[in-house]
Design a binder for this molecule. Sequence first.
Ligand code: ADP
Length: 699
Amino acid sequence: MTPPVSPAARAADDPGLAELASESVILFDMAGRVRYWNPAAEILFGWPPLGIVGRTIAHLSPPVDGGGWRQLLQEGRWQGIVQRRSPSGAYVGAAVRQHVRYHDDGTPRDIVEYGHGVSDGNPLRYADDQVSDARLAATWEIDISGARAAIDAVAGQHEILEPAELDARLRAVVQAARIVEVNDRTARLVGGNRGRALMVGQSVADFWPVGSRATLGELIVDAACCETDDAVHRRALASDGILRDPTLSVWPADSDAAADRLFVAVNGAADDDRSYPYLRASEARYRKLIHFMPVALWQVDASRMGKIYAELRARGVTDFEGYLEEHPELVALAATTVPVTDVNRSAIQLIGGSNAQDLIQPVGYLFAESLDSLRRVMIGRFSGRQNYSEFMKVRRLDGRILDVRFSVTYPEPLLELDTTIFSLEDVTDRLRMESQLRQIQADFSHAARISTLGELTSSIAHEVNQPLAAIMTNAETSLRWLARPDIDFEKVRQLTARIAASARRADDIVGRIRGMAAKQPPELVALNLNEVVQESLLFVRHEVDTRAIRVMASYARGLKLVTGDRIQLQQVVVNLLINAIQAVEAQSETDREIALATGADPDGAIWFSLRDTGPGIAPEHLGRIFEGFFTTKHDGMGIGLAICHSIVAAHGGSIAVENRPDGGAEFRFSLPGETRAARGGQAAERKARPRATIAPSDD
Ligand code: ADP
């Protein structure tokens, strides 16, 4: 008959429940091998499950512990005190209850054991009944098969080697050791976002804090060279910002299984006072947040470059940009060796990968279209910036090219775990929309120019007529002179020269009008604003003359240049002039006056102002006159000022209006003064920036 299975024994069938128990729960097979080992057992006996599951009980117990086992097999249960060896070598007393579980045919299946610690026969009490995650070790199973040569290079040489050389060789041992398995705590403490799966197979050195790498190397060498399999090599470590007062233990794995495997366990409380479950929950939340964030994120381990930068600095390199020009191979090195260590979902979508693994490779693929961007990222790091951002192109896995805004955040280095975050924002659509908007704005302002020219038809006709009339008069006079018997060649030469000059003037006028009427993309050049104003005045000269308007202009000398499109800026000034002409028309002839001025602000901005003696603007209209289609004229369209506003804004400037205290309106716009072209990185950045062309303002 099968003995009834107690509820507690049933818990051992469900490791999930036993994980939470505050009693130790251990499952042995009938050969005495540990099959399951819960966290409370780890706390009680010191062995992490990773290093104990698969081993026999004999490994832990003093040789004479046979009595209980026999009785257990005979009676199906046993209860008593056992002494078990902990990794430190000390023995731990525990009160245990063991139950045999049976198969349906009555043969014994396995043994479940429950226990708690005793000291001198009294139960040990923990501060709380919960199994605290913080008391568990961070454990690693490592493979040292590839580290044999490195181990041999140290073994037995401790005394002979120079300390620096010894240190380097011990680190090489850690470098050559590979991770076979780690527990959750290790993954949490040092795995970052990579998690356990991505640690497996990597070098231990990629994750082990640099401060204690040599110590780990020493223990690996001791464990690897030790005669007895069971010895545990133990050392206290300095607190490292991750764990407080940690102790490090290394011992060989079950020798039957694999000769080259070692277990490594680090015990110690996390420096963070918060409880682990809390920390874990908050970390899980954070990870989820990052993972599902709509911004594409790359986590990058640039620690290797950090070391190179430190060396360069130590060698006195300060002009890193210059250094990179001489050593472009350093950029190539970064592209091929700086690894991406994690990416989020948006990053996978943006690059068109099927999973994170596609993107977890050296960063070079992000800069395949613009290696120069990587160079600037490196310069930003070297110069100690917190972050850096620019527009660049990136190639998706399917070959499509995207316009992205690339940003990098360089964090404060924490130990050697120096992670850098890249974020990429796909701006392809935005740029396309911006370019469409630019096109619409250009079409619109072109239409407005044509309409302005329409308003100026009589002026234009008059303008062109003047030189034509002069040509005619001079040509006729010349003919008359030529008809005379005594031809005065000098006179004819003078007249012909005048004809040529007038023809040139007519040509200038036609050219100017054609410029205004032409539909061409804006062209940014360095301009003298005074010249732009003078050219604009030519368009309205006739309007001004026929209305007997006095125009006074005061041009500032030595004005800095502005960057802009000549035709568009002329359009702004002509619009303002036409409005002013219309405004002063209502006044008596003596009161028609327009005053123009240019100047520079202390902050370097270049301004233009236009004052008239018209009626000014009704206060309730002041806030609206730059709106599209706002007009108070019966035949007005209300687009002139809206266009002025959008052109000035696209040039990075601003325009405003106010009423003069003595009557009339004053319009004023200002534009950024030319700065000298920035050197190196910034200049290239400007070139790469699509907004360097004129775009309509957002507002
Ligand atoms: P429109 O001239 O077709 O009305 P604008 O956009 O050029 O369109 O001007 C909008 C409005 O701003 C005008 O209708 C007028 O009310 C006002 N305005 C513009 N310039 C002046 C000015 N110099 N003096 C008084 N009002 C002005």
